[in-house]
Design a protein around this ligand. Structure first.
Ligand SMILES: CCCCCCCC/C=C\CCCCCCCC(=O)SCCNC(=O)CCNC(=O)[C@H](O)C(C)(C)COP(=O)(O)OP(=O)(O)OC[C@H]1O[C@@H](n2cnc3c(N)ncnc32)[C@H](O)[C@@H]1OP(=O)(O)O
Length: 211
């Protein structure tokens, strides 16, 4: 797999400039998603908003990459994660999580989930929790100098996870067995753990280990 070591070679000022350009666009669309779910304006205003948004979409589509973001051969490892639905600087679906890396390899993030992530009324959708944990466990694997595809992800939903409350995700690797890296993690609210996860991340046949 290419891209892994490119992370180190990307010019930081170029990354900062791109983040300053695309970050506000993404944040604006993120706010729009929440607005679209919760709006109670009258039908004329909905029709007006729909027309305006169609125009915005065609403005952005005037020049586009071919295919998905991470599939671009010229795009570096750092930029590729910008399309992530969990941390993506360019993905309005991402909450986003801002990940913190500890020297001992633990990875964690504080975040909140709003109306766009609802499962049961006023609670986080279980699939969204799985998405977040898959990513955070995968990051802990990556931080340990390995990488791999998610082979198995096991979740235990211990308590409902609330919307619009401070949440935290944590992950760390447990052990490495050949091509398999075992990682554990959780999502917590103010009262403690709501979801526990364990995952097996596997370096696919034919791929070299990261380091
Ligand atoms: C992820 C790429 C990272 C790129 C790095 C760049 C930067 C990263 C930065 C930041 C982290 C990002 C974080 C992202 C997080 C999201 C990750 C995802 O969403 S991944 C998409 C969902 N997962 C799939 O689509 C897998 C589909 N499955 C496969 O591709 C294969 O089945 C694979 C690779 C899992 C295994 O295939 P084989 O052919 O290489 O492996 P065989 O030779 O069959 O088995 C090897 C060993 O693993 C066990 N094994 C095989 N499959 C297993 C499984 N599903 N679960 C558990 N064990 C399994 C076997 O029993 C065997 O064990 P024995 O060596 O005998 O002890």
């Amino acid at each position: 797999m290419t891209g892994y070591l490119d992370d180190i070679r990307v010019d930081p000022s170029e990354i900062a400039a791109q983040e300053a350009l695309y970050g506000p666009l993404t944040q604006s669309i993120r706010s729009l998603i929440d607005a679209a779910i919760r709006t109670e304006v009258d039908s004329e205003d909905i029709a007006g908003a729909t027309a305006a948004l169609t125009q915005v979409a065609s403005l952005l589509r005037a020049r586009q990459i071919d295919g998905s973001y991470g599939a671009q051969p010229s795009v570096t490892g750092v930029q590729r994660s910008w399309a992530s639905p969990v941390i993506g600087v360019r993905n309005p679906i991402a909450p986003p999580l801002i990940l913190e890396h500890e020297p001992d390899g633990r990875v964690w993030a504080r975040f909140r989930l709003g109306a766009g992530y609802e499962g049961p009324p006023s609670l986080v959708h279980g699939g969204v929790s799985a998405l977040i944990l898959d990513h955070v466990l995968g990051e802990a694997v990556h931080a340990s100098g390995h990488w791999g595809m998610t082979g198995t992800l096991t979740l235990r939903y211990r308590r409902p996870t609330p919307l619009n409350r401070p949440l935290r995700a944590d992950a760390r690797i447990d052990r490495v067995e050949g091509r398999k890296v075992y990682a554990d993690g959780s999502i917590s609210d103010e009262r403690g753990i709501t979801v526990e996860a364990s995952g097996i991340f596997i370096l696919p046949t034919g791929y070299a280990a990261a380091r």
